[in-house]
Design a protein around this ligand. Structure first.
Ligand SMILES: C[S@@+](CC[C@H](N)C(=O)[O-])C[C@H]1O[C@@H](n2cnc3c(N)ncnc32)[C@H](O)[C@@H]1O
Length: 284
């Protein structure tokens, strides 16, 4: 889980050898796409809505939301990591109303009370060092009766074969920092999210699991690219160098052999928890 002294449990940074957040944008896209659609649909956005993409990363939700709210709406997007926001801005389309990207921690957002009709947090809640504080802040910036939606990978790792393959490899390599960073990504089960949403003052809380089968035309390329786009992959590379990284990619691929076709393509199921909630009905 995120260390309470560390403001992000997802410390991905561009580095000298590659542009990690561009890798995130490219290689996370196929995994995230159907879940982004599900999260935005569950939020009941409407033309003219004011929306916040919380822990926006490179902006998958912000872009999808901008298309829904149209020219009379507004999308803000906040993330702690500057590198994510730089890449997000690079990929922001010009055909929608401008998305307003802001660097901010989830528990200290630079928006006035009641700013948004909806807040969407896709694969972010598990990385907040203080989930209750972050959701209380989300409630503060959401108008009374506004909507909150979050997704988080459903633990344990064996619910998702791709993640189980990462866990197996990380366990074999035995690098504590890499294992801790990976564990954080699976650290928010539905009951934890429900409790934190309740503490934050949300009501009508629902959680459900959603599964999508995702097709990878070239699994080897995907594994290598995606491992460069996650903090535990960066830890593996720092500890084991290029040889350790290559070995990790090889063992992940090997663990996924049962899902892989002779041409190198694969289809893997991914399961996430989708939580929805409504903000308190009246202004504080
Ligand atoms: C797995 S990424 C998800 C990004 C994006 N929502 C998506 O769907 O691809 C997790 C994101 O949470 C952000 N994050 C982690 N801790 C944060 C915090 N305390 N406040 C704001 N953002 C945070 C990271 O910088 C990262 O961009």
């Amino acid at each position: 889980m995120a260390d309470s002294a560390d403001p992000t449990g997802f410390p991905l940074q561009d580095n000298a050898t590659h542009d990690a957040t561009e890798h995130y944008e490219r290689y996370s896209a196929p995994i995230m796409a159907p879940f982004v659609t599900a999260a935005v649909e569950a939020t009941d956005l409407f033309p003219g809505a004011q929306v916040l993409d919380l822990a926006c990363g490179t902006g998958f939700v912000a872009r999808a939301a901008a298309a829904q709210v149209g020219p009379t709406g507004h999308v803000a997007a906040a993330d702690l990591l500057e590198a994510m926001l730089t890449t997000a801005a690079r990929h922001a389309p010009r055909m929608y109303p401008d998305i307003e990207f802001t660097q901010a921690p989830a528990d200290k957002l630079p928006y006035p009370d009641d700013s948004f009709d909806a807040v969407v947090c896709q694969q972010g809640v598990q990385f907040f060092p203080d989930l209750e504080a972050a959701l209380t802040e989300a409630a503060r910036v959401t108008r009374p009766g506004g909507r909150f939606t979050a997704t988080a990978w459903t633990p344990p790792a064996d619910r998702n074969p791709y993640m189980a393959a990462h866990l197996k490899t990380l366990t074999e390599q035995g690098i504590p920092e890499a294992m801790a960073r990976f564990a954080t990504s699976l650290s928010c089960p539905a009951d934890r999210l429900t409790t934190a949403l309740t503490t934050a003052g949300f009501h009508d809380i629902t959680t459900r699991e959603i599964t999508f089968a995702i097709a990878f035309p070239d699994l080897t390329d995907f594994i290598t690219g995606h491992l460069r786009a996650v903090p535990w992959g960066q830890s593996l590379e720092q500890a084991g160098g290029p040889a350790g990284f290559t070995e990790a990619a090889r063992t992940i691929r090997e663990a996924l052999a049962p899902y892989t076709a002779p041409d190198g393509s694969a289809t893997l199921p991914f399961t996430t928890t989708l939580a929805t909630a409504t903000n308190r009905p009246t202004t504080r």
